[in-house]
Design a protein around this ligand. Structure first.
Ligand code: ADP
Length: 414
């Protein structure tokens, strides 16, 4: 008889990802202990058994080891980037299989990632690391000399495209730097890198002993040309030619290897142009937000079930994505303000091919678009016989939705 599996799940209080992992664990009969990113003193108050400060990795790892004394787990799994380094470090102390902490860190620190990808001779853009302690005029002169235009500024350790801004000339670069400095604060690292033209895809994969299985390749049919890079539509299967898809998979596998990742989920973003695929980034985690709902494997397994099975050493029936095309639209925020109402939800939900529409922004609360914001208005999910149908359904549902956003009276002028 196999023993009942038990895992430690590293989550944050507001992560979209936690419920999907908890559901999957329940379906698989796996016991879950959650460690939540918060000071220990607050966890009782919020009703969590274990609160640990993710950014204080050594302290948090020691707390985890203490908490698990006498009640071991099969694996420590982070639901997103924020806990990835801690998961690797705690697993190391507990003697559990894991990615090397350096690899976990490289997969979420964009500067380290660029250095390691360049060392692995992967097609990636020219880049230079700066700090918000640097005078913007000096940054602009350095970037102009070494990177040129168009370029992209980006914080080293944010995600969801926050703070990522394209600049086509000096005036735009200085404006982008002003915005970035205000967003990330003093003495923080950031990159300036050359802009990679091309279409963009997202690859969802799983590493076993360094071997990559592609679980899904998503096209992003809306152009992502800046100045900000708001995600909208993801549709799978990809409509790119099979040879291009193979080149993308090979590139992602090489990138994971260059970072030292060898196990668990990866989520890679790539751009494809006349020179082939280029790595925008590879993260050691699964797809963000609610997007994993587009994926079902084998008879009816979720992405999280696959990840948990792999992490606990349980058999995986199939890694084959179900045949139907699927897609999601992350509903973009058209402008800043207070969300007052959402109309057309019923109509959107009843569009042909639409599976569900979930509005995650809260009415009467402020909403902030990119590059400063960190969330979407919600998600639209669709399924269909082919990717073009799915894309059409998503666009029709989006067109049926109306968001009333009241412009906020600014409290101060920048
Ligand atoms: P995040 O982790 O915040 O999503 P990324 O580095 O993936 O940050 O950048 C977010 C998006 O910005 C990418 O999906 C891509 O569309 C765009 N982007 C980032 N870097 C570049 C680049 N060098 N060239 C072109 N587009 C880029």
């Amino acid at each position: 008889m196999t023993h009942k599996r038990r895992i430690l799940l590293l989550t944050t209080p507001n992560s979209y990802r936690t419920p999907a992992f908890l559901d999957a664990a329940q379906r698989l009969g796996i016991d879950v202990l959650q460690a939540v990113d918060m000071p220990e003193e607050l966890s009782d108050h919020w009703g969590y058994r274990l609160g640990v400060p993710f950014h204080q990795v050594e302290r948090a790892a020691a707390q985890i080891v203490d908490a698990l004394a006498g009640s071991p787990v099969d694996t420590v799994l982070a639901v997103d980037d924020s806990g990835a380094l801690l998961a690797a470090r705690a697993s190391h102390l507990l003697g559990l299989p894991h990615n090397a902490p350096d690899a976990a860190e490289a997969a979420r620190n964009k500067a380290l990632m660029r250095q390691m990808l360049a060392a692995g001779v992967l097609p990636s853009p020219a880049f230079r690391l700066f700090s918000t302690a640097d005078d913007p005029a000096v940054v602009a002169a350095g970037a102009e000399a070494e990177i040129g235009y168009p370029c992209v500024v980006k914080p080293v350790d944010l995600n969801g495209s926050r703070g990522v801004i394209r600049a086509n000339d000096r005036a735009e670069l200085l404006a982008a730097l002003r915005r970035l400095y205000a967003l990330i604060g003093a003495a923080r690292p950031f990159l300036v890198e050359s802009y990679i033209p091309g279409v963009e895809v997202a690859l969802e994969g799983m590493l076993d002993n360094g071997y990559l299985t592609v679980l899904a390749l998503f096209d992003k049919p809306d152009p992502l040309e800046g100045p900000f890079f708001e995600e909208t539509i993801y549709v799978t299967p990809s409509r790119l030619p099979a040879t291009t898809q193979q080149a993308i998979a090979d590139c992602a596998a090489r990138a994971a290897r260059a970072l030292g990742l060898h196990m668990g989920p990866i989520h890679a973003e790539l751009r494809i142009n006349d020179s082939g695929p280029w790595i925008v980034e590879v993260a050691g985690r699964s797809i963000g937000g609610l997007c994993s709902r587009t994926l079902r494997f084998g008879s009816d397994a979720s992405l999280e079930e696959l990840i948990l099975r792999q992490a606990c050493g349980l058999p995986i029936e199939s890694r084959e994505r179900q045949k139907q095309a699927g897609g999601v639209m992350m509903i973009p925020i058209p402008g800043p303000g207070i969300l007052r109402s959402v109309r057309g939800l019923e109509d959107a939900q009843h569009m042909p091919g639409v599976e569900s529409v979930e509005i995650t922004a809260r009415v009467n609360n402020p909403i902030v678009p990119l590059p400063e914001g960190e969330s979407y208005l919600g998600f639209i999910f669709a399924r269909g016989d082919d990717p073009a149908d799915v894309e059409r359904s998503l666009r029709q549902a989006h067109a049926a939705l109306h968001f009333e956003i009241e412009a906020e009276i600014p409290l101060f002028v920048r």
